[in-house]
Design a protein around this ligand. Structure first.
Ligand code: CIZ
Length: 336
């Protein structure tokens, strides 16, 4: 495992199989044919002049073949920076759309076109237009987990890494309409003390991380530091109790510098692979064994391989939408 700009680069085939503490994830044993698939993917990647970008929530085998793992902000920046002609984007659809809009000259592929986002589906453009009509002076801020058609209606985009910074740049007298994640919005509202109206969307994987369960785990593991993602259902109750409230990339960076040996991790469980790969000497307890994104799991190593074989599935955004949707993304990238 090596590091590029603080993000993990892979290729070591490290297994995901830890089972620590009272709450565990099932150890994953990779199918026997994965070793061969990984070799074939490496060859195809060269032939296609492709780079593989994988989100921190992707299954371990995909993270292992990726050139770069990260959150959507890191992946967007890497998409802009790479000289590769093809980006195989192993993440969900809105993330691949962002890469396609930022890099119109590159071919962006996703292993499974149905890898969507339940949270992003909780708001549509017409709802934003209607909400804005009720608050004509409001500034609409969207979480990155939104479709390009929704981003096209918004003023600023944020990720969970940079939400506070972006909101603090918006003039203090402006009211803010935040979509679509209620829990992240509640966290940003508490931290910035701004007048923020909240849309009531949620990520099912994060909302399933319940405060009672976290309380029990913290009692059982008093030495462990508690890392909380602001999309979690327990955010509104636990944000003052957490040792750190962080995005996935924030968690990776924090673990890199923390002297602690044990961590309770409240986010989608795909991140555990990266944490355990980078820190085999530390122990990570998932806050819930059910915090799994089924959309992320639609992307498999087989489908990633087939993507490179057939150059499928190409993600594009219609030009009139992309023209507008890229603006809130660029405003965010200019701030952070
Ligand atoms: O920004 C991202 O990639 C998401 C959706 C979560 C995170 O914290 O990395």
């Amino acid at each position: 495992m090596s590091e590029t700009n603080g993000h993990a680069t892979n290729g070591n085939g490290h297994s995901n199989g830890h089972s620590n503490g009272s709450v565990t994830t099932t150890p994953t044993r990779e199918p026997a044919h994965y070793a061969l698939l990984k070799e074939k993917i490496a060859v195809l990647k060269q032939e296609r002049q492709a780079i593989i970008l994988a989100h921190n929530y992707q299954e371990g085998a995909i993270q292992d073949v990726a050139d770069f793992c990260g959150d959507s902000l890191g992946l967007a920046r890497m998409a802009q920076k790479t000289d590769a002609k093809v980006i195989l984007f192993c993440g969900v659809h809105f993330m691949a759309e962002t890469a396609a809009m930022l890099c119109p000259e590159k071919i962006v592929l996703i292993p499974d076109l149905n890898a969507g986002c339940s949270l992003a589906d909780m708001i549509i453009p017409e709802q934003i237009r209607a909400w804005r009509a009720k608050h004509p002076d409001g500034v609409v801020v969207c979480y990155v987990n939104t479709s390009a058609t929704v981003k096209a209606e918004c003023d600023y985009c944020v990720t969970s890494t940079n939400g506070i910074k972006v909101i603090e740049r918006i003039p203090a007298d402006k009211e803010i309409l935040f979509v679509p994640d209620y829990y992240l919005g509640s966290y940003l509202k508490a931290k910035t003390k701004r007048h923020i109206h909240l849309w009531k969307g949620y990520c099912p994987a994060h909302a399933a991380i319940l405060p009672e369960k976290v309380d029990r785990l913290r009692e059982a593991r008093p030495e462990a530091e508690f890392l909380l993602h602001p999309e979690c259902g327990c955010t509104t109750k636990q944000m003052d109790l957490a040792d750190q409230v962080l995005s996935t990339e924030g968690m990776v960076q924090y673990v890199n510098r923390s002297p602690a040996k044990e961590f309770i991790v409240a986010t989608e469980n795909g991140l555990l692979h990266r944490l355990r790969t980078q820190h085999p000497e530390k122990t990570f307890y998932p806050a819930s064994e059910y915090a799994t994104c089924h959309h992320m799991q639609r992307n498999t190593l087989e489908k990633a391989f087939m993507s490179l074989v057939n150059m499928q599935h190409v993600v594009t955004v219609e030009a009139t939408i992309a023209e507008r949707a890229v603006l809130p993304i660029r405003r965010m990238l200019d701030i952070v």
